[in-house]
Design a protein around this ligand. Sequence first.
Ligand SMILES: O=c1ccn([C@@H]2O[C@H](COP(=O)(O)O)[C@@H](O)[C@H]2O)c(=O)[nH]1
Length: 237
Amino acid sequence: MRQLEGPRLIVAMDFNNAEDCLKTAHQLSPQDCRLKVGKELFTACGPQLVEQLMTLGFDIFLDLKFHDIPNTTAKAVAAAANLGVWMVNVHAAGGRRMLEAARESLSGYAETPLLIAVTVLTSMTESDLADTGVVASPENQVLHLANLARDSGLDGVVCSAREAQQLKQTCGKEFLLVTPGIRPVSAQADDQRRIMTPSEAVAAGSDYLVVGRPVTQAPDPSVACRDILASLPGARR
Ligand SMILES: O=c1ccn([C@@H]2O[C@H](COP(=O)(O)O)[C@@H](O)[C@H]2O)c(=O)[nH]1
């Protein structure tokens, strides 16, 4: 059975400049959390900043949610592997051939990033899905896309913690569940819709918790981070 090692908390470094990002990174510890670099930070600062964060000792989840034709997606995933990130993601809605091409692109590497697929964004409700032409509940659509990702050889999915219990039962314990939309009890939901508290998410089966604004916009990000860790059930932090 896969042993999950290292911190389960992933802090979303959603900044538009390197200075603010590095200031916050210096307040956090690689023993407590990993870092997520998403579209805003990567577009503003590029791979050089990813390398700087790795030099500080952090594992990096490169959250660029690749969604393109199979060839383009596969090459982007390979570029992420060359960068040395810990985790990278694609959109499950890109379909089976795209997912398999992404998986295949990592076959020549001795050490590969974890490859996961985004299912239904945690900001989306059933009505948002309907606007895109998908007539399904978020739970059913997440399940459908998670099965597709697993059958295509991916390591796990991004989903909301609300779907975690069912996905662990259906896709198996080894299939990784990475859950944004995490909000401590007193935090505001912001634009997130399918949310859970950190402790609820872990109890539901989430393997990795993605938390952005409740940490990065806190008066002291290190305190916010440790408060979340202290609230988690079980031994694994
Ligand atoms: O379904 C998804 C996929 C990715 N995200 C990303 O996670 C963080 C969440 O930040 P918060 O400030 O804690 O809301 C953000 O970078 C998103 O791009 C997601 O929220 N939902």
